[in-house]
Design a protein around this ligand. Structure first.
Ligand code: CTP
Ligand code: CA
Length: 237
């Protein structure tokens, strides 16, 4: 209970939190994006700050309304990272000295190899089909695991749409292993689930494949639970 009120046990720690969803430009007016609003990631940054952490929040296309509480928090510094490439550069800059890194942002998996200098027009395509070539973006979290600084805690996020016959826990356990993160927070999403909502259902998996948190509540409550797990992990690694 103590933990949830904020005890200042993260004082002096630097936390790096990414939030929102990246946009990959196609041409000067268009992009490929995703539905992540940034609410859950911003709540993680606010929760860490309540415990006394100095937080760098990497914000990928988060609305002014959602970002406002973080802007008012003196413990939070905000760096805008609209694209996967911007986010990758910022993580390289701010990552090495962070004790905790939470990758809550939805990072694009693919981007165009070259963005067009001018608008893609219908004239230029072999209408009625437009073929886009996309290449994989680097996996930022995997890079962090590879270059991990001493004592660093790395936390991944996953928004999953489990198919029939598999559970969210199974998908989350598999993803944590694949990523090599210390902890993985996962929630189920769908057409009308998870995005832009105030409530969430979050589970957290640790390195022993255990479900160490299972919380349904507001995104503030689920963020508090995740931060409590992370603080526990730091004090008893
Ligand atoms: N992530 C990342 N860099 C990427 C893609 C994802 O750092 N290029 C991070 C996300 O921020 C998140 C975690 O990896 O913390 C899991 O993201 P997710 O999209 O669920 O995993 P993927 O490995 O991309 O798998 P999937 O095919 O399910 O999208
Ligand atoms: Ca992905």
């Amino acid at each position: 209970r103590e933990l949830l009120r904020g005890t200042g046990e993260a004082i002096g720690q630097h936390w790096l939190v990414s939030a929102g969803g990246t946009r990959e430009p196609l041409d000067p007016v268009r992009f490929i994006g995703n539905r992540s609003s940034g609410k859950q990631g911003v709540e993680v940054a606010l929760a860490a700050a309540r415990h006394g952490a100095n937080v760098t929040l990497l914000a990928a296309n988060i609305s002014q309304q959602i970002l406002a509480p973080a802007q008012r928090d003196p413990r939070i510094r905000i760096v805008e990272t609209p694209s996967a490439e911007d986010l990758e550069h910022a993580v390289r800059e701010y990552g090495p000295d962070a004790g905790v890194i939470v990758m809550a942002a939805a990072v694009a998996d693919y981007r165009t190899p070259q963005k067009s200098a001018t608008k893609i027009t219908k004239e230029s395509a072999d209408a009625p089909v437009l073929r886009l070539e996309l290449v994989e973006t680097p996996d930022i979290l995997a890079g962090l695991v590879e270059r991990r600084s001493a004592g660093q805690t790395l936390v991944g996020f996953a928004a999953e749409t489990p198919s029939e016959g598999e559970t969210l826990v199974q998908r989350a356990v598999a993803k944590r292993r694949r990523k090599g993160a210390d902890l993985l927070a996962a929630n189920e999403v769908g057409w009308s689930r998870g995005f832009e909502q105030d409530d969430n259902h979050l589970i957290v998996i640790d390195v022993d494949d255990e479900v160490v948190a299972d919380v349904a509540g507001t995104k503030r409550e689920t963020a508090d639970a995740l931060v409590a797990v992370i603080l526990g992990h730091i004090s008893a690694p």
